[in-house]
Design a protein around this ligand. Sequence first.
Ligand code: SAM
Length: 245
Amino acid sequence: MNSEKLSTRLHQVAAYLIEYANEPLRLADIGSDHAYLPCYLGLNNHLEFAVAGEVVEGPFQSATNEVAARQLTDIIAVRKGDGLAVVTPEDHLNAISICGMGGSLIRDILAKGEDLLTPEMLVVLQPNMASFQLRQWLNLNQFEFLTETVVTDHQRQYEIIVARKVAEPVESLSLKALQFGPFNLQHPTTAFYEKWQGELAVLQQVRQQLEQTVDATHTKAQAVREQIELIEAVLSEAPTDMTTT
Ligand code: SAM
């Protein structure tokens, strides 16, 4: 992967930013590592301005070097700091991307920078795990889900969520929608089913281990069984040309 050719995962994030952000795009990419995403957008003339935020020195240096090498320093500011602390209202952002972290960390970064999340702000988020917690926070904090998907990249499945802050509270999502994603349930991709087959296999192993160590009525054993049933029900709706074993 580089700034000219993104991974499948980040390419989908870029496509969503191009499709859903108000123009001209003014982006904060938090946890920007090599700054490949903002550089790709800059090189392809989709960017007016971006902040590439990084909290760790090594990735911050990589991002700084990449932006300089691509001669994009006039439109991409690489800043070192925690989450949205690197951004100010004077940056006039209209979009934020946070990718490649746990969903709970993404949620905490958004919550800490809440003042910057004004109505119309677009967020494109790619949690590696805990997407339930992230969707729940978005749902409770006046974000409207615009779309989402699951993509496969190097044999791994990645969820990508696109939402926009709105002025009024939004309708509460069901627990099922928070877990699987409202759009994923409506338009499941093959990668969506592969992700949940993988999660199911892990939970089945946990259930097996629990059955050997605790009573079947134990709260944890019961919770795992309920999760398994929920996932199996969603997987049973997969078209027959998708493997659901
Ligand atoms: N966003 C890139 C991607 O998706 O390919 C890089 C993902 S990398 C796995 C996660 C990056 O987030 C790391 O470079 C890490 O230093 C950075 N990071 C973690 N917590 C952060 C925070 N609170 N603020 C800014 N950056 C953070």
